[in-house]
Design a protein around this ligand. Structure first.
Ligand code: C2E
Ligand code: MG
Ligand code: MG
Length: 566
């Protein structure tokens, strides 16, 4: 708190006024008039006024501003108040003996005047009360449309104002832009939330200032994502450079931008920004390119994915989805033995041909449709277990993939239990593959769900191990039975300069925790033999077989596999 700032009275029910006045006598008179009704902060200079505005703007209801200050002109302070998104909402009453200053002050946004020498106390109080009341009525509306941290529009109001922007500029090409700060969660973690908030306010302020010349509006969509809607321009690289500041710590703000130029006004606002977001995501992992533009290829892809979404329900109804099976071999015995198989979804689209899950799974995860597809795959898998049991005279356990989205679905356990119970097979015949990154999403809740699945008797494999960010410490406490090493693990270990030390360490770690290890994506005999020598239990990959349709898998199982005891 500044030394000169006397806090005369403070009470939450009482409105707080900032009095900016250098003259001692005038300050005393004003204090006497106001102090029974208001809480007063006093600044004697322009500099102190700006400091108080920065630190206390959220608690202020009004500024009483003298125009003649020793260090700054009152009109400059007024300009600063009105030019900053955070303080622009504050009403300012100017106190002056100079009638000529009134027009300039009104133009700059002053709400009212009090002449000097001051009129009677009742008049001063009445003017202040009326101004504050008007401001608070407006403020109720305004706070709901503004993000409290940055003073920018919030998303909902932003879309409305963007639509108004279209009305004001019916013919002019307009751009939708998304800006994301890189690794922002690290900023909060490393430097604290207050610093993070300051970064967000700075970025907000810079963006607002930069696009105001093309009639741009800015919003903070969530966390560290900003949206901009402005008349078409071509200097986005410069705007981004302006935002990427070096802070006083060693932290340098870095961000990426996606631009959807000359938007199609036939599609809704949200979709325009989805396109900008796609463009931003396209440069996510690029060091050299930080501004991405929505282009034709993205448009084609969007149409393709839209078609897939549209066709989903027909596809389920018409059984266009089928399940392929890829064998897993236990490599511990002298000769590898088929021990289970993984169910992998395929879509035989009547027009688009065979579609890989790499394309449709992420899409369905975004839209929640994955639940329906996964339930379908699980039902198919358990039915297949029964069929093979009858035809091959042997039970082949099947592992199914459980998406992170399924894990957020409360009835998951019931659905899975019902699926296996109705087919009359034991829980141990179904292995659940849950990708490693699911555990980091919402760790505690996910862990509880997985625990309940395991307690119910399902066998849990952590899929794609090595792609998420689980700490070794976390692995020791997770409710899992097996680690399934991601294909990249194998690829990295068997590159030109073979280096299997990491593989070895992970396999040892798993062993020490009583977990079995499964290697996926094994393509050569050398890889298989090395993994076996390192103590890996199960191997899956093209070396043994690609994923096969059910009937081909059955033939494969009959032909190539020697059952133990056969
Ligand atoms: P995943 O569960 O990690 O499955 C392994 C993927 O690696 C499969 O791709 C498989 O075909 C492929 N693969 C297996 N061996 C080799 C090999 O030796 N070399 C190479 N290059 N690739 C190999 P696929 O079938 O395209 O599946 C991709 C991903 O889609 C799966 O990864 C899984 O995450 C997801 N997925 C597939 N089916 C389903 C499903 O029914 N439900 C859910 N939720 N996800 C599924
Ligand atoms: Mg899998
Ligand atoms: Mg995998």
């Amino acid at each position: 708190m500044l030394e000169c700032c006397q806090k005369i009275q403070f009470d939450h029910g009482i409105r707080r006024i900032l009095v900016v006045e250098d003259d001692l006598i005038n300050r005393e008179i004003l204090s006497l008039m106001l102090r029974d009704t208001y809480d007063i902060l006093i600044a004697e200079t322009g500099k102190q006024a700006l400091e108080l505005l920065e630190s206390d703007y959220g608690t202020l209801s009004l500024v009483l501003l003298d125009l003649n200050l020793p260090d700054m002109k009152g009109v400059d302070i007024l300009g600063r108040i009105k030019g900053n998104a955070l303080t622009a909402r504050l009403p300012v009453i100017v106190m002056t003996a100079d009638q000529n200053a009134e027009v300039e002050c009104l133009t700059l946004g002053a709400t009212d005047f009090i002449s000097k020498p001051y009129p009677k106390q009742e008049i001063v109080l009445a003017r202040i009360r009326r101004t504050i009341e008007q401001f608070e009525d407006r403020d109720i509306i305004r706070w709901t449309e503004r993000d409290q941290l940055t003073g920018l529009y919030n998303r909902e109001f932003f879309y409305r104002y963007a639509a108004q922007h279209d009305e004001h500029h019916p013919e002019e090409p307009t751009d939708a832009i998304v800006l994301d700060i890189n690794h922002f969660h690290m900023v909060n973690e490393r430097y604290g939330k207050e610093f993070g908030d300051r970064v967000l306010r700075l970025v907000a302020e810079k963006l607002r200032a930069k696009v105001s010349d093309s009639d741009g509006i800015v919003c903070r969509k969530e966390d560290d994502t900003f949206l901009i809607y402005c008349l078409h321009r071509s200097d986005y690289g410069q705007i981004l450079d302006g935002v990427c500041m070096q802070m006083e710590t060693d932290y340098q703000i870095r961000a990426r931008m996606g631009v959807y130029p000359d938007v199609d006004r036939g599609i809704d606002m949200e979709r325009r920004f989805d396109r900008a977001k796609q463009a931003a995501d396209a440069v996510k992992n690029s060091y050299s390119q930080t501004v991405g533009f929505y282009d034709n290829a993205m448009h084609e892809k969007e149409l393709y994915l839209e078609q897939l979404l549209e066709d989903f329900h027909t596809a389920i109804r018409e059984k266009q989805f089928t399940v392929f099976y890829q064998p897993k071999f236990d490599v511990r015995p002298d000769e590898p033995v088929l021990c289970s198989t993984e169910a992998l979804a395929r879509w035989r689209h009547p027009k688009l041909g065979l579609i890989s899950p790499g394309v449709f799974i992420p899409l369905f995860e975004k839209n929640g449709l994955i639940r329906e597809l996964d339930s379908f795959v699980w039902r198919e898998a358990v039915a297949q277990i029964r069929t093979w049991e009858e035809r091959l005279g042997r039970l082949i356990p099947v592992s199914v993939n459980v998406s992170r989205i399924d894990l957020n679905d409360p009835p998951l356990l019931k659905i899975l239990e019902k699926t296996v119970d109705e087919a009359g097979i034991g829980r141990e015949s179904i292995l659940l593959e849950i990708t490693e990154s699911a555990y980091t999403d919402n760790a505690e809740q996910i862990i509880n769900v997985v625990k309940s699945l395991r307690e119910s008797g399902f066998f849990i494999e952590m899929d794609d191990f090595g792609t998420g960010f689980s700490s070794l410490n976390m692995i020791t406490t997770l409710p899992i039975d097996a680690l399934k090493l991601d294909i990249q693990f194998i690829r990295t270990a068997f590159r030109d300069r073979k280096d299997t030390r990491l593989l070895e360490t992970v396999i040892r770690l798993a062993q020490s925790l009583g977990l079995s290890t499964i290697a996926e994506g094994v393509e050569t005999e050398e890889q298989m033999l090395t993994l076996k020598a390192l103590g890996c239990d199960v191997v899956q990959g093209y070396y043994f077989s690609k994923p096969l349709p059910a009937d081909e898998f059955e033939a494969f199982a009959r032909e190539k596999c020697r059952w133990p005891g056969n």
